[in-house]
Design a binder for this molecule. Sequence first.
Ligand SMILES: C[S@@+](CC[C@H](N)C(=O)[O-])C[C@H]1O[C@@H](n2cnc3c(N)ncnc32)[C@H](O)[C@@H]1O
Length: 251
Amino acid sequence: MPNQPYRLLAVYYDQFFEAHRAWLEGARRKILGHILPRTSIACDLACGTGTTALVLARRGIKMSGVDASTSMCRIARKKARRAGVNVQVLHADMRNFRLPEPVDLVTCEFDALNHVPRKQDLDRVAQAVARALRPGGHFFFDVNTRRAFKKFWPSTWWGERPGVAVCMHGGYDRHRDKGWSDVELFIRKGKLWQRARERVEEVAWTGAEIRRSLRSAGFDKIRAWDEAPFVRGEWKLPAGCRTIYLARKAT
Ligand SMILES: C[S@@+](CC[C@H](N)C(=O)[O-])C[C@H]1O[C@@H](n2cnc3c(N)ncnc32)[C@H](O)[C@@H]1O
């Protein structure tokens, strides 16, 4: 199966994946509440369709967004243009991206960090983020835990919107320590429906592995929160399935 995750899915992403916006907004308010007022320049890593970058840009923060999917970048640029908001969107990989100037904050939301191909890529991302930050700058991100992959990814999820339906089903591969999800899209083309498939894979790490990578990249103050208390609405998330981190680059 040819796989370019978030090529087609990017087009329908905002229609199906909106629920996390409110809870991540709440997490940002609580965890970054004292940091955002002192943030003048930031980057949203693996920015997807650019929603978080737009939210932060509207606060007056000079924003860039980085994503490895050309479709996501195109949509993010279009959204920013339509909103009349200035966001510089860079097509790059989170393992080796470079920004034109140092930033105060890097965000990487909705388990985007888990998307790297290999477990050891975490070190490269941590180093690239550290390079992008000014000393004392912060890295804010959330991850799926192994528990989430074992508990939720084997189930099937189905959603419908006008002219498109999505079915996701997957599992956890313990040999590779990865969750996988086959995303089947059914897209109406006139009177017919076209079927397409993309596979999303995500790496699992323990908290200790994440802290080790961050420390060796030069982050000195690392805090973590269970994401469950932030999750509201139709999603019911038990404790231990998602974790939010805030790490400070040493001064
Ligand atoms: C679950 S989406 C999250 C998007 C966005 N952060 C949000 O909150 O909706 C994961 C994103 O990570 C991007 N991505 C996956 N691997 C990447 C990589 N190696 N470097 C940069 N972006 C990547 C995908 O293209 C996709 O936009």
